[in-house]
Ligand binder design. Structure first.
Ligand SMILES: [Zn+2]
Length: 454
């Protein structure tokens, strides 16, 4: 048996691992490389393996760094199924369609290639097959292969995947979630008797701030922003983060007597709006708390003051609403999308607030502002940054070192061998050293295009 890593080795994007046993070849995720220009060029490289010979493709969740190259796989001749949970299949379509839009925009502006179009995305979705959590299914291959999906608690629909083949049990963690995330169910425990665990290590050497209650933190930011009497801008990560923020705002408005009831809240991101509809169509995967709200008749993502802006005209009208308001608009790192138009207007007023809810990659507009730039240029204009900047990291979608460690420790039912991927080398190596010394299990860090025989 062999596992090869074609991405997410010494880095956190481009997840793509190939499991091989005799003539059985199962690809787990097929993600895009993201970040600086250099790594993104790698997305256009041909696959190192022959897509036509794959037996199956298994997808853990709908983040672009796990699905972004799926259409290229179909274009390269893969003709089988792409297995994923029902929310992942729907979110995957939205995320890939959005990727086409971004590529088309970048092509016009910078001349970068358009790797696939909407027809290719439709063809990819046509290959998807829904998989329910916990319902084991077998693949009709030369040898029996059984596959089972478990809750990863990372984003809506996310899963870690068990593959049983040739008498061995292998787990691919995908990305694992943080604690106490609204809407999402908790990450399932690792099953017992695991021969090989391929585990993410994004935050293998970092602890999240667990003292702060995430909702308290968000509440404080919103209150401070409204007290300043200005506009609160929230650059939106459209899938998951936006729905969590809406969930928190819904709770604040329903339960907090002191929350001003006349504040207009604009959801100004077509992708976030469509992603929210996916959540609404799949409430059976919500956690118990969110289900309780639903059963009490509450619409989690729709509340007093919320205005949904589908069209550009509706988006433009936000400007003419006077006074305090909250604007949630894409993109999350401000490197495009409607948030830029609002930023042009509101960045330079010290009454206003810009609230970052997630990691800002180097070279993005969001990162420049977060790093303290006194002025920034975008959309052909130069704007001074005078508004208040807020940032919280309690919203991370990834498990931290302690959570990863406990997950692997699994109440003493340790996996026989672990390979860490999806982490910068520093994070992965530090975590590997810790696991090795404290748990005495065999553990390696995946390196690019390395193959592990077992
Ligand atoms: Zn992810």
């Amino acid at each position: 048996m062999k596992i090869s890593f074609f991405g997410a080795a010494h880095e956190v994007t481009g997840s793509c691992s190939l499991f091989e046993h005799r003539d059985i070849r199962i690809l787990v995720d097929c993600g895009a490389f993201q970040g600086g220009d250099f790594v993104e060029e790698r997305n256009a490289d041909p696959f190192v393996f022959d897509a036509k010979t794959l037996s199956a493709v298994v997808v853990t969740h709908a983040h672009l760094d796990h699905i972004g190259r799926l259409p290229l796989l179909i274009k390269a001749g893969y003709d089988g199924f792409i297995y994923a949970t029902p929310p992942t299949v729907e979110l995957l379509k939205l995320v890939l369609e959005d990727a086409v839009e971004v590529m088309t925009y970048n092509n016009k502006k910078f001349g970068t290639p358009i790797l696939y179009n909407l027809d290719d995305v439709a063809a990819t979705v046509g290959h998807c097959k829904n998989v329910e959590y916990y319902e084991e299914f077998t693949l009709p291959l030369s040898e029996k292969v059984a596959i089972k999906y478990y809750e990863a608690g990372h984003i809506f629909g996310s899963a870690f995947v068990e593959i049983r083949c040739g008498g061995k049990k292998i787990i691919f963690s995908g990305d694992l979630g943080n604690v106490k995330v609204p809407i999402l169910r908790d990450t399932d425990n690792l099953p017992g008797d695991v021969d090989l665990l391929v585990c993410e290590s994004t935050y293998g050497d970092r602890l999240h701030d667990t003292r702060a209650d995430r909702q308290e933190v968000i509440k404080e930011v919103v209150k401070r922003a409204l007290d300043r009497g200005g506009v609160l801008m929230v650059p939106a990560f459209s899938v998951e983060r936006t729905q969590e923020i809406l969930y928190d705002l819904n709770e604040m408005i329903d339960l907090e007597k002191s929350f001003p009831q006349d504040i207009p809240i604009f959801l100004d991101s077509p992708l976030a709006i469509e992603a929210t509809e996916v959540f609404n169509r799949h409430t059976k995967y919500f956690d118990e708390e969110a289900k309780k709200y639903l059963f009490s008749g509450d619409d989690l993502f729709h509340f007093r003051g919320l205005k949904i802006c589908y069209s550009r005209d509706e988006s433009k009208k936000i400007n003419s609403t006077p006074g305090r308001k909250i604007i949630i608009a894409g993109a999350g790192m401000m490197n495009g999308g409607r948030i830029q138009h609002h930023a042009l207007r509101y960045l330079s007023d010290e009454k206003n607030t810009l609230f970052f809810t997630g990691f800002q990659a180097p070279n993005t507009l969001g990162r420049k502002i977060l790093d303290g730039a006194s002025s920034v240029s975008f959309l052909g204009e130069r704007v001074r940054v005078k508004c208040k900047i807020e940032f919280v990291d309690v919203l991370s979608a990834h498990a931290d070192r302690a959570r990863l460690f406990n997950w692997i420790k699994n109440n003493g039912e340790l996996p026989k061998k672990v390979i860490l991927n999806h982490g910068d080398l520093v994070q992965s190596q530090a975590f590997a050293d810790r696991v090795k010394s404290e748990l005495s299990i065999e553990i390696d860090v995946a390196s690019p295009e390395m193959a592990v025989e077992f």
